[in-house]
Design a protein around this ligand. Structure first.
Ligand code: NAD
Length: 492
C-alpha cells in the first residue's frame, strides 16, 4: 500500500524527525494505513521550540505592528476558505468524521482568524488612577512567548484554530502538536501559514506521540503557555510537567453533559437536539450530550422517539454524502464504547437501542446506543464514553433535575429544553457547566467562550478574553516629579 508521506513544519521548512523514524496513520472507515508522519521526539520538540523562540524575539515578528499581525491572520483565514474542501476531505479521511460536518467546520474556520485579526490591534492596556500624585501608571498586555498547542483527533483544525488565532493575534509564536491519529490537516495548514507570509518559525508543527513529542513540549523551559485539549488523564500529566517551568495552562477536557427535557419543551426539537448532541460525530465530541434527564411525564415518549430516530441513522463511509454516522476514530475508542456499554448493563442499566459493533468495510463502527438507568451512580452516568452512547434517567421535579445535572465531576456543557423562560434562566444559572444551550445544542462561535468547570478543565477559548489569556499584563510606573528621589529605605 502506498502511504502519503507527510513531513513536519519547523522554522519555515518541511522536515523529517531527527531519528528518521515515521509512524503510520490508519483511516478509521477501513482500518487501513493511508499516510505516514515523522515520529518526533524530545530533540525535535527542542528544535521546534527554539525556532519558535527565535521567531518570537526576531524583528520580523516582534517588530510587526499589531495591525500587521491582524492582516496576516486575515490572509490566513482567506487561504483556509480557499482550501476548505481539501482540508475537510483530509479530516474526514483521517478521523472518520462526516464530510458534511468537516465541510461545515472548515467553512467556519476562517471566522476564528477574522475575529482574532480584528482584535489584534484592540488589545488595550489601561491608565490607572493611582493614589500617588507624582506618578503615572498604566498597563500593557505583552505576548508570552512560545505557546505549545496540543490537540486531540476529533476536530484537529477547529481545536487548533481556537488556540492559534488568539495566540498569534497577541504576538506569540507556536509549536502545534496534533494527535498521532489525525495530523494531516494540521500539517496541511503549515503550507497555508507559509503562503500567508508569516515569518519562518512563528508557526511550527511537529508530529508524534503524546508521551514523547507532547510531553517534551510541556516541560520545555521556553514554552510559556500550554494550550491543551484532550482527556483528563493526559491533562494531569500536562499539569505536572508544565509546573516545572510555571507555564500558563488552558485545559479543555471531556464532559458528561446533560440534556434536560421538561414537559413544556418542543419535543420534536428536543429529540433532534438529543440526536445531534450525542450521535452526530459518532459522539466523539467533548460536548456530547451523553446524559438524558427527562421528565417522568414525557420520558417514555422521548426515549421511544430517540430510539426510533437512532434506528434510521445511516451508518457508513464518512465521505459519502448520505452517511449520518461514521466510524469511531480509533480501535481503542471502539473498544471503550463497547466495554462501557457492557459495564453499564452489568451495573443494572437497560439497553434500549444499539450496543453493537457494526461490520462495514472493516472499519471501527458502533451503533447509536441508548440505555436507561434509574441510578445516577451507574458508570455510564459518570464516565465519559466519547462515543455514540447515551444514558437516560427520569426526574419528577426541577430540583431533582438540577441535582442530577450537577451530579458529575465534569461541567462542560448542558442542554435545557423548556418553553418556560424563567425556568430556562434559573437553570442556566444553577447548572454548573461552562456552556448552557437553551432549546438548542452544539452551537459554537468564534465570539463565544468555551471551556469547563471541574474535571472539564479550566481556561476559556474563544471570545475576547481568549486573546488576553495569551498575554502577560505589565504595569508601568513613571515618576512625573522632577524632585530628586527621597529616602531610599521607604517604600513609595
Ligand atoms: P488525549 O488526551 O489522549 O490526547 C490529546 C493530545 O495530547 C494528543 O495530541 C496526544 O498525543 C497528546 N498527549 C498524550 N499524552 C501526552 C503527554 N503525556 N503529554 C503531552 N501531550 C500528550 O485525548 P484524545 O484521545 O486525543 O481526545 C479525546 C479527549 O479529548 C476526550 O476526553 C475529549 O473529551 C477531549 N476533548 C475535549 C474538547 C474540549 O474542547 N473540551 C474537545 C475535543 C476533545
Amino acid at each position: 500500500m502506498n502511504l502519503t508521506p507527510y513531513q513536519m513544519y519547523i522554522n519555515g521548512r518541511y522536515c523529517e524527525a531527527q531519528s528518521g523514524n515515521r509512524f503510520d496513520s490508519l483511516t478509521p472507515s477501513t482500518a487501513q494505513p493511508w499516510a505516514s508522519f515523522p515520529d518526533a521526539t524530545e530533540v525535535d520538540a527542542d528544535i521546534a521550540v527554539t525556532a519558535a523562540h527565535q521567531a518570537f524575539v526576531s524583528p520580523a515578528w516582534a517588530g510587526l505592528t499589531a495591525t500587521a499581525r491582524g492582516k496576516l491572520l486575515r490572509t490566513l483565514g482567506d487561504l483556509i476558505a480557499d482550501h476548505r474542501e481539501l482540508l475537510a476531505e483530509l479530516e474526514s479521511r483521517e478521523n472518520g468524521k462526516l464530510i458534511r460536518e468537516t465541510r461545515g467546520q472548515m467553512g467556519y474556520l476562517p471566522e476564528f482568524f477574522y475575529y482574532m485579526a480584528g482584535l489584534a490591534d484592540k488589545i488595550e492596556g489601561q491608565t490607572l488612577p493611582v493614589d500617588k500624585s507624582d506618578m503615572m501608571a498604566y498597563t500593557l498586555h505583552e505576548p508570552m512567548g512560545v505557546v505549545a498547542a496540543i490537540v486531540p483527533w476529533n476536530s484537529p483544525l477547529y481545536l487548533t484554530a481556537i488556540k492559534m488565532a488568539p495566540a498569534l493575534a497577541a504576538g506569540n509564536t507556536l509549536v502545534i502538536k496534533p494527535s498521532e491519529h489525525a495530523s494531516a490537516s494540521i500539517v496541511a495548514l503549515g503550507k497555508l501559514v507559509e503562503q500567508a507570509g508569516f515569518p519562518a518559525g512563528v508557526v511550527n508543527i511537529i508530529t508524534g506521540y503524546g508521551p514523547s513529542a507532547g510531553a517534551a513540549l510541556t516541560r520545555h523551559p521556553l514554552v510559556r503557555h500550554v494550550a491543551f485539549t484532550g482527556g483528563a488523564a493526559t491533562a494531569r500529566h500536562v499539569v505536572r510537567s508544565s509546573a516545572e517551568n510555571f507555564a500558563h495552562l488552558s485545559l479543555e477536557l471531556g464532559g458528561k453533559s446533560p440534556q434536560i427535557v421538561f414537559p413544556d419543551a418542543d419535543i420534536d426539537s428536543a429529540v433532534n437536539g438529543i440526536v445531534a448532541g450525542v450521535f452526530a460525530a459518532s459522539g466523539q465530541s467533548c460536548v456530547a450530550g451523553s446524559r438524558l434527564l427527562i421528565h417522568d411525564s414525557i420520558y417514555d415518549e422521548v426515549v421511544a422517539r430517540v430510539c426510533e430516530r437512532a434506528s434510521r441513522i445511516c451508518i457508513g463511509d464518512p465521505l459519502a454524502e448520505e452517511t449520518e454516522m461514521g466510524p469511531m476514530t480509533t480501535l481503542a475508542q471502539l473498544d471503550i464504547a463497547d466495554n462501557m456499554v457492557q459495564q453499564a448493563i452489568s451495573e443494572g442499566a437497560v439497553l434500549r437501542y444499539g450496543g453493537q459493533r457494526v461490520e462495514c468495510n472493516g472499519g471501527w463502527y458502533f451503533q447509536p446506543t441508548l440505555l436507561e438507568s434509574d441510578s445516577s451512580s451507574n458508570s455510564l452516568m459518570q464516565e465519559e464514553v466519547f462515543g455514540p452512547v447515551t444514558a437516560a434517567i427520569r426526574f419528577h421535579t426541577e430540583a431533582e433535575a438540577l441535582a442530577l445535572a450537577n451530579d458529575t465531576r465534569y461541567g462542560l456543557a448542558a442542554g435545557i429544553w423548556t418553553r418556560d423562560i424563567a425556568r430556562a434562566h434559573r437553570l442556566s444559572k444553577a447548572v454548573r457547566s461552562g456552556i448552557i444551550w437553551v432549546n438548542t445544542y452544539r452551537v459554537v462561535s468564534a465570539m463565544a467562550p468555551i471551556g469547563g468547570f471541574g474535571d472539564s478543565g479550566y481556561g476559556r477559548e474563544g471570545g475576547i478574553e481568549a486573546v488576553l489569556s495569551y498575554t502577560e499584563k505589565k504595569t508601568v510606573w513613571v515618576n512625573l516629579s522632577s524632585e530628586p528621589m527621597s529616602d531610599p529605605f521607604v517604600m513609595r
